[in-house]
Design a protein around this ligand. Structure first.
Ligand SMILES: Cc1cc2nc3c(=O)[nH]c(=O)nc-3n(C[C@H](O)[C@H](O)[C@H](O)COP(=O)(O)O)c2cc1C
Length: 206
C-alpha cells in the first residue's frame, strides 16, 4: 500500500530560465489533477574539463535529480533547451547514467512527455522533442505529446507542437511564455497526470 501520492517527475535543464519556466507551468498542470504530485528536478551543467566540480545544491531553482527520483516516478516529463536541434548535453549526460533502471525495466509502461525552448521559430523544436523521445522509448515508456483537442495547436504563431510543448524564447532567450504557450504546456502537464493515474491503476490491477 502506497503511503504517499504518486508523482510525475519533471526533469529539465535550463541555462537561461526559459525551459525552467515551462517546467513550472507543466507542474501547475500536473497539480491541477487531484491525487498526484509534481516533482521538479534539474541536472548540473557539464564541462569539457573533467576537473570542474559543481556545488551539490544549485543556487536557485529545483534541486539536482537523483536516479531514485526517476526510479520511483509514476510519470516523466523531460525538458531541454535546443542545442543545434538536439537536447542539451547535461540532460543527455544524466540520461546516459540510467542503465541500471533500463536493466530493471523500472520505467516500462510509465507515461512520458517532453518540452523544449528555442531562440528561433524554426530552430529545431520538433527535432529536440524527438531527441528526448528516443531514450524514453528505449526505457519502454509510453510517450504522449499534445493532442489537437488543444485548439491552440492549430493557431499558435509561436510554440506548441503535437510532439510536446515548446516555447519561442527569442534571440536573447528573454521572451516570456505567451498565453498560448502557457496554456499548452499546462494542458500537457494535466494530460500527463491523467495518463499517469490511469496507467498506475492498470498496473495495480494487473
Ligand atoms: C550551444 C547552443 C546551441 C543552440 N542551438 C540552437 C538551435 O539550434 N536553435 C535555436 O533556435 N536555438 C538554439 N540555441 C538557443 C537556446 O536553445 C534557446 O536560447 C533556449 O531558449 C534557451 O533555453 P533556457 O533559457 O532554458 O536555457 C542554442 C544555444 C546554445 C548555447
Amino acid at each position: 500500500m502506497r503511503d504517499s501520492l504518486p508523482y510525475v517527475l519533471i526533469l529539465y535543464y535550463s541555462r537561461h530560465g526559459a525551459t525552467r519556466s515551462m517546467a513550472e507551468q507543466l507542474a501547475a498542470g500536473v497539480e491541477s489533477c487531484p491525487g498526484i504530485e509534481a516533482r521538479l528536478r534539474t541536472v548540473p551543467p557539464v564541462s569539457p574539463t573533467c576537473e570542474a566540480v559543481d556545488p551539490e545544491i544549485p543556487e536557485e531553482g529545483a534541486i539536482y535529480a537523483e536516479l531514485d527520483d526517476l526510479r520511483h516516478c509514476a510519470g516523466l516529463a523531460l525538458g531541454s533547451p535546443t542545442r543545434f536541434g538536439n537536447m542539451a548535453a547535461p540532460l543527455k549526460h544524466f540520461i546516459d547514467s540510467t542503465s541500471a533502471l533500463w536493466l530493471n525495466g523500472a520505467l516500462v509502461d510509465k507515461p512520458a512527455t517532453a518540452f523544449t525552448s528555442t531562440s528561433s521559430l524554426h530552430g529545431g523544436q520538433e527535432t529536440t522533442l524527438i531527441s528526448m523521445l528516443l531514450p524514453l522509448l528505449h526505457h519502454g515508456m509510453v510517450y504522449a505529446g499534445l493532442s489537437y483537442r488543444e485548439t491552440d495547436l492549430m493557431t499558435t504563431t509561436s510554440g506548441g507542437t503535437p510532439y510536446g510543448a515548446s516555447h519561442l524564447a527569442g534571440q536573447r532567450s528573454d521572451q516570456p511564455l505567451s498565453d498560448v504557450e502557457r496554456r499548452l504546456v499546462r494542458a500537457q502537464g494535466k494530460r500527463l497526470a491523467r495518463l499517469t493515474l490511469a496507467l498506475a491503476r492498470l498496473e495495480e490491477e494487473a
